[in-house]
Ligand binder design. Structure first.
Ligand code: FES
Ligand SMILES: [Fe+2]
Length: 335
């Protein structure tokens, strides 16, 4: 499937960007950098002279300088210095992309910048709540981004794949789930009532033996996942419990590689470094050592024998994935 162009894609965490860095998004190389004003800028990472990567260069006086022969480009991508020609540098220009910063993430609009609209950024203000601790991570998955979105929309894999980290034994048979359409996506709400806390919750939860756990996950087209996870005393109110709001950016790099950025907030043990270590260790184990290899294995099988590697839908999450794919098809057709 081709990539949707006129849309915001997460391009990583804002704190990680200062000096020029390359990101490949939807098969296009982008250089991200701050131009000295703290504002972030995004240009195509291809110098119009001999196709060098501008991301290997540096910023000087707000302009990005190509490391190969020293051409300089301003914020708009216009060449403003070319030491190899007499007089003005001529009409060389690098394509500029619209860029935004929100929820600690950088977002790049991969289509026409004139069509970009910050009102279309995914809406997840809870991550900006100063009373939360938010931790951010990243991994690369050698699979198409839709397989990663399938994984997230169908959290029924938790009990099996994440038995030692995030899964709840017996959840597949006892949970209640429903899928619903949202403004620009699909959501799945899963509730597991009156069960033991999952292994991560068990490390942090002391109020009761039995808990109600809920995960509300929303895919916002094309590549953002908003996740609200909480646990509370069995039969208790949400306000008695703990909350893990999460933002997952599932960003297609190429057809077969995905940048997976995750931000995990929590409203308990705020600022406690030992709790941060527990949460991040668990997230890394779950996403990098459990999700990543199985998703990559699915991709290998799909590539090797597509006629046999057929994706069948029978969980609520599968149904949501199917809806997400047809929604994306419709958006692509409109584009
Ligand atoms: S390739 Fe960039 S200046 Fe020559
Ligand atoms: Fe998972």
């Amino acid at each position: 499937m081709p990539f949707l162009r006129n849309s915001w894609y997460g391009a990583g965490w804002a704190d990680d960007i200062d000096a020029p860095q390359r990101r490949v998004i939807c098969g296009k190389p982008i250089v991200l950098y701050r131009d000295g004003t703290a504002r972030i800028n995004a240009l195509l990472d291809i110098c119009p002279h001999r196709a060098a990567s501008l991301s290997m260069g540096r910023v000087s006086n707000g302009n990005i300088m190509c490391p190969y022969h020293g051409l300089e480009f301003d914020r708009s991508g216009t060449c403003v210095a070319n030491p190899h020609v007499e007089g003005p540098p001529g009409g060389l220009k690098v394509r500029q992309f619209a860029v935004a910063e929100r929820y600690g993430a950088i977002w790049v609009w991969m289509g026409d910048p004139a069509a970009s609209d910050e009102a279309l950024l995914p809406n997840f203000p809870i991550l900006d709540d100063p009373s939360l601790t938010v931790q951010r991570g990243h991994t690369v998955i050698a699979a198409n981004y839709q397989l990663v979105i399938d994984n997230l929309l169908d959290l029924s894999h938790g009990e099996y794949l994440h038995a030692g980290t995030l899964g709840t034994p017996g959840a597949a048979r006892s949970m209640k789930a429903n899928a619903r359409s949202t403004d620009r996506g699909v959501a799945v709400d899963r509730m597991i009532f009156n069960n033991k806390p999952n292994p991560l919750f068990a490390k942090v939860w002391t109020k009761s033996q039995r808990v109600d756990q809920q995960s509300n996950i929303e895919w916002v087209a094309p590549s953002t996942i908003l996740l609200d996870i909480f646990a509370t005393v069995a039969g208790g109110a949400r306000s008695e419990g703990i909350n893990f709001p999460q933002l997952h950016l599932v960003v297609p790099e190429t057809e077969t590689t995905t940048n997976y950025y995750f931000a995990i907030g929590r409203d308990f043990a705020v600022g406690d470094p030992s709790m941060s270590a527990v949460v991040m260790d668990t997230a890394r184990k779950a996403f990098e050592e459990e999700d990543r290899p199985i998703i990559e294995a699915c991709q290998v099988n799909i590539d090797m024998l597509p006629s046999e590697a057929v994706l069948r839908n029978f969980t609520i999450g599968d149904g949501a994935s199917k809806r997400a794919r047809s929604m994306l098809q419709r958006m692509l057709a409109n584009e």
